[in-house]
Structures are given as structure tokens and as C-alpha cells.
Design a protein around this ligand. Structure first.
Ligand code: DGL
Length: 272
């Protein structure tokens, strides 16, 4: 039964659980298989070819779990690997960049949008290209904020250091008179309170996970693969390593308790 297959989601680590959280609230009856590449995180500082190789392996693992669609929760992988994944796999592959860009374009009034993300996402200008493709009159101001990833994993959602680092990263953007800011990294929604306070209350924050969940719903509806199940879907979690802080961080990202997590050897699976 195609309809009863789960939706696959992968990320470089556990940050993608922020996207799973959004998906589960939009599509509560769909089952989800999540793969977090915790042994090889971060992707945000790796070369494009490495990110593409890893993304192909991560997707191939999800396909082995019989998923009906692949959601690339990782902004870095979404900004680099989507064309390759679409070439290689014949299920819908949905990234977070286009939905996030689209939502930002709908939201801005003054046509000045800020984007924050990992170095790779910002260096690839993934969001600014996507935004300008929709409306080339919009000005986009991008800033890499690499320290936000370890801070979110540390659970420092309202720590003094978080305010200081956010102040340092966001001061340039504050001077650009933006009215919309894209949180272009899986981890950043965890730090939304601090980011909002520092960038200013008048700036609308865009959580790409929310936008992506809507796109996934529309896509599986369009292809007629929405589940018929009447009960809440399962969440199966797979990772390539189980860090000591996994449970704490996963629960912070997901906002609820997590069950058993299964470790897989992602490189072994792809050896010929
Ligand atoms: N998941 C990554 C992203 O959304 C952040 C962590 C990493 O650098 O791998 O870009």
C-alpha cells in the first residue's frame, strides 16, 4: 500500500527534528522515518561534493526503509544536493529552501529580507537565489551564524552568551532595515526568542520547517499518497552515532519525549 508508506526525513544530525515537529503537527497521521547523520555532522562546513555524497547515502537509506517521499530537512543539503537527489531517486524530494524563500517573499512588505544560515548555505546564496527568482526586486542580506548550531545543541536557548553572540552576528542585519528574517538552518528555531529580541520585534521570523511541512502536505495530496490511517503516525529515529547528549537534545528539538533510537552504520551500508 503506497499510501501507508512513511515519509522519510534526513538531516546532518538531530537539528532536523525541528522540521519533524512541524511535519507531525501538519500531518499527524503520517508515519515518519528520520535519519540524522550524527556521526558526520556538521555538513555546514563541508565541501559541496561531500554534502552531495552524504545526501545521496542518507536518501538511499530512507528509500531502503520504503519511504514515499524524502524531505531534506537540512538547509545545507537542501541548498546543494536537491538536483542530484531528484536525478537519482524517483520519489518526490522536498527541500526546505524553496518553501522558506516563498514564505519570506509572501511576508515581506518593504522587500528587504535577511537570511541567516550555515557558512555553506550562505556561501551558496541558496536563499537569495530562490527569493530573487520569485521577485528580483527584493533585496536579500545574508549572514552566516555558525556558532548558533553548537549553542542550540547545548540547550542555551536563553543564555547570556547566546544574547552576546546573537548581538555580534545580527548587528549588520539590524542596520539593513529588513522586515523579514529567514531562519535558514535546522537549529535556529530553537533560538528564535533570542534572535527575535536582538533583531527587533517588528521583524517577522520565517521558520522554513513550517513552510516545508505545508509543501509536503500539498505534494502528497497532489500525488494521492496521503495515508488513510485514523491513528497518529509512528516516528522511527535512526542515527549514524548516538552522542551522549542525544536524548536531551532530541527532546529539546522535538519538544516531547523520544523513544528508542537505532544506530546504523551509514558508510557500511553503501560499501560495494
Ligand atoms: N542541519 C544543518 C543546516 O540546516 C545545520 C548543522 C550542520 O552544519 O550540519 O544547515
Amino acid at each position: 500500500m503506497e499510501k501507508e508508506k512513511p515519509i522519510g526525513v534526513f538531516d546532518s544530525g538531530i537539528g532536523g527534528l525541528t522540521v519533524v515537529k512541524r511535519l507531525s503537527s501538519v500531518l499527524p497521521r503520517e508515519s515518519i522515518v528520520y535519519f540524522g547523520d550524527t556521526a558526520r555532522v556538521p555538513y555546514g562546513s563541508k565541501s559541496n561534493s561531500t554534502v552531495i555524497d552524504y545526501s545521496i547515502q542518507d536518501s538511499a537509506f530512507l528509500l531502503k526503509k520504503n519511504v514515499k517521499a524524502v524531505v531534506v530537512a537540512c538547509n545545507t543539503a537542501s541548498s546543494i544536493a536537491i538536483p542530484e537527489l531528484r536525478k537519482k531517486f524517483d520519489v518526490p524530494v522536498i527541500g526546505v529552501i524553496l518553501p522558506g524563500a516563498d514564505m519570506a517573499v509572501k511576508e515581506t512588505r518593504n522587500k528587504r529580507i535577511g537570511v541567516i544560515g550555515t557558512r555553506a548555505t550562505i556561501n551558496n546564496q541558496a536563499y537569495s537565489k530562490a527569493i530573487k527568482e520569485i521577485d528580483n526586486k527584493i533585496e536579500v542580506f545574508e549572514k552566516a551564524c555558525p556558532l548558533f548550531v553548537p549553542i542550540a545543541e547545548e540547550g542555551w536557548t536563553h543564555h547570556r552568551a547566546t544574547y552576546e553572540i546573537a548581538e555580534e552576528y545580527l548587528k549588520e542585519l539590524r542596520e539593513k532595515n529588513i522586515d523579514t528574517l529567514v531562519l535558514g538552518c535546522t537549529h535556529y528555531p530553537i533560538l528564535a526568542d533570542v534572535i527575535q529580541e536582538i533583531i527587533g520585534k517588528g521583524v517577522k521570523l520565517i521558520d522554513s520547517g513550517i513552510a516545508t511541512a505545508e509543501v509536503v502536505r500539498n505534494e502528497i495530496d497532489r500525488i494521492g499518497l496521503e495515508t488513510n490511517s485514523a491513528v497518529p503516525g509512528n516516528l522511527d529515529l535512526y542515527v549514524s552515532d548516538i552522542p551522549t547528549t542525544f536524548k536531551k537534545v532530541a527532546e529539546l528539538f522535538l519538544g516531547k519525549n523520544v523513544n528508542e533510537v537505532v544506530k546504523v552504520d551509514i558508510e557500511e551500508l553503501h560499501k560495494i
